[in-house]
Design a protein around this ligand. Structure first.
Ligand code: GDP
Length: 528
């Protein structure tokens, strides 16, 4: 049954993530957006995370980064009559799966581009991910206070490489030393850039109307240049079209300078107005509408809390429908058990509070003592499973080798728990006692080894193993599957969830095996 309060609360939620190439300005934009939401304290916290980014080989730094990122990985702030949830995506390429799953939990994305560099490699990758779910995207061209590329060229590049039409909402007045502000094409208003913009919330003179004589006073010859450019842009460019934006075909473009907190208010104002509220979400049996009364949600991320005194993990759940109330009982749909959630965490940017109520689009942190996995669905009794949160086949494999054989139990426990977080995956071959860890990036092995040592007291090494790729195997024909399992035992393993995977010693071997077993499906992803 639809509920009025829930529908209204859902309608004012805006849940999004920022996609960008490292150094384009994601952290700076995040910080400034939080300022608009009145969360000044946290702006410092976001900054703190930065120091560690270039020292990813330094374990202490990594721990610090992870510790802080529990609190800053979801930031909620109120702006106007909206409630905005900004989900952080990890910066390092090795954590790309985590990023992918985070993008399954948002309704839209903000793409930040360095105007001097244009479309960079990581942005392209993230864009591909957004495209899988046709996530609507707004674009912020950053660092206009520096010499950069021609704005027209930048938009051309987005159109060409990212295959998305660009509709400029603001237009820059000069750049670098000549950067004087932006013109808002929708409001016919100029916003002047000045030295006073460093720090605080955006201020500065606004001039109504591009033909206003005040513009000539303020800008001199640049006023005429602007008029010419705007005429060109209006003729040659696309107009903002909300339907096309929501369909992921067009991106509204804003120009500015994040570090000077300039141009972001224009962006935020349009964002809260046009970005989509929580959408209906597909589950295996039906589609769930946000305004439905019973609570539903899914877990998209699990993260260890680095506080060594409370060694529990936090499961991040996105609310899809209904309202979450503190102390409420929910059904853990996969294991069919009811659990009471007494102290869920909310991520209100001003401080990390315990949740009272959360609505569709909100993220809550559940304390996980090992029973929650990525992809798990929570309901109020219904047996339901949300779709679309995949596991990717890892590309690197190593065997965990223990220094002290007496610590086998602890090693197994540690690996299972760490792999539940999803950044690395555990495979247990059907034959022998090996524990094989698969990851998408080499850094993961160092992280796992380090955490096994500090969190589980287990000294282990990762050694090369003769596995080059993995595929989850399925078949509609149970007899074929049984025959396959019998014949191929030496190359089969179970993952953490007990699903069967073919671990191939080489790509060629995989190809030959696929040809030899046409009734068996070899999948590169597994739905959680
Ligand atoms: P991230 O790696 O995407 O999170 O990027 P950061 O927000 O850390 O920014 C990378 C660098 O660019 C930092 O040194 C910022 O101070 C700088 N930066 C961010 N925004 C601007 C801007 O508008 N103008 C200039 N000149 N530098 C900026």
């Amino acid at each position: 049954m639809p509920d009025k309060t829930i529908a209204a609360e859902a309608a004012r939620r805006r849940t999004f993530a920022i996609i960008s190439h490292p150094d384009a300005g994601k952290t700076t934009v995040t910080e400034k957006l939080l300022l608009f939401g009145g969360a000044i304290q946290l702006a410092g916290t976001v900054k703190g995370r930065k120091s560690s980014r270039h020292a990813t080989s330094d374990w202490m730094e990594m721990e610090k980064e992870r510790g802080i990122s529990v609190t800053s990985s979801v930031m909620q702030f109120a702006y106007r009559d909206r409630m905005v949830n900004l989900l952080d995506t990890p910066g390092h390429a090795d954590f790309s799966e985590d990023t992918y799953r985070t993008l399954t939990a948002v309704d839209s994305a903000l793409m930040v581009i360095d105007a001097a560099k244009g479309v960079e490699e990581r942005t392209i990758k993230l864009m591909e991910v957004c495209r899988l779910r046709t996530t609507p995207i707004m674009t912020f061209m950053n660092k206009l206070d520096r010499e950069g590329r021609d704005p027209m060229d930048l938009m051309d590049e987005v159109e060409r490489i990212l295959r998305m039409r660009c509709a400029p909402v603001t237009w820059p007045i000069g750049m670098g030393k000549r950067f004087r502000g932006v013109f808002n094409l929708l409001d016919d208003r100029v916003h002047l850039f000045g030295a006073q913009h460093a720090g605080g919330i955006e201020a500065g003179e606004t001039i109504e109307g591009i033909d206003n004589p005040r513009l000539d006073e303020a800008l001199g010859e640049q006023a005429e240049e602007l008029r010419d450019e705007v005429e060109l842009v209006r003729e040659a460019g696309n107009e903002f079209d909300r339907e096309a934006y929501l369909a992921g075909e067009l991106t509204p473009v804003f120009f500015g300078s994040a570090v000077n907190n300039f141009g972001l208010q224009e962006l935020l104002d349009r964002f809260v107005e046009h970005a989509p509220p929580p959408q209906p979400r597909a589950a295996e049996t039906r589609t769930v509408a946000p305004e439905e009364t019973p609570l539903t949600g899914f877990v998209f991320k699990i993260q260890a809390n680095m506080d060594p005194n409370h060694r529990d993990r936090i499961a991040f759940m996105r609310v899809c429908s209904g309202a979450f109330e503190r102390g409420m009982k929910v059904r853990h749909a996969r294991i069919g058990k009811d659990v009471k959630i007494a102290n869920a965490i909310t991520f209100l940017a001003s401080d990390r509070e315990h949740v009272e109520t959360a609505y569709p689009g909100d993220i809550i942190g559940l304390h996980n003592h090992g029973t929650i996995r990525i992809g798990d669905t929570f309901t109020q009794g219904e047996s339901l499973k949300f779709e679309g949160i995949p596991n990717f086949a890892p590309e690197l494999f190593r065997r965990a080798v223990l220094k002290d054989p007496m610590r086998m139990k602890a090693l197994q426990k540690g690996l299972v728990e760490l792999c539940e977080e999803g950044a690395s995956q555990l495979f247990r071959p059907l034959m022998g006692n090996d524990l094989i860890v698969g990851a998408v990036g080499a850094l993961q092995f160092d992280v796992v080894a380090h955490r096994l040592r500090t969190e589980y007291g287990v000294d282990c090494q990762f050694e090369p193993v003769n596995v080059s790729t993995a595929r989850w195997v399925y078949s509609d024909d149970p007899r074929q599957l049984a025959r396959f399992q019998e014949r191929q035992q030496e190359n089969l393993a179970e993952d953490v969830s007990g699903a069967l995977a073919y671990i191939a010693p080489s790509r060629v071997n995989l190809q030959l095996t696929e040809e030899r077993w046409p009734d068996i499906e070899f999948r590169a992803t597994r739905e959680h």
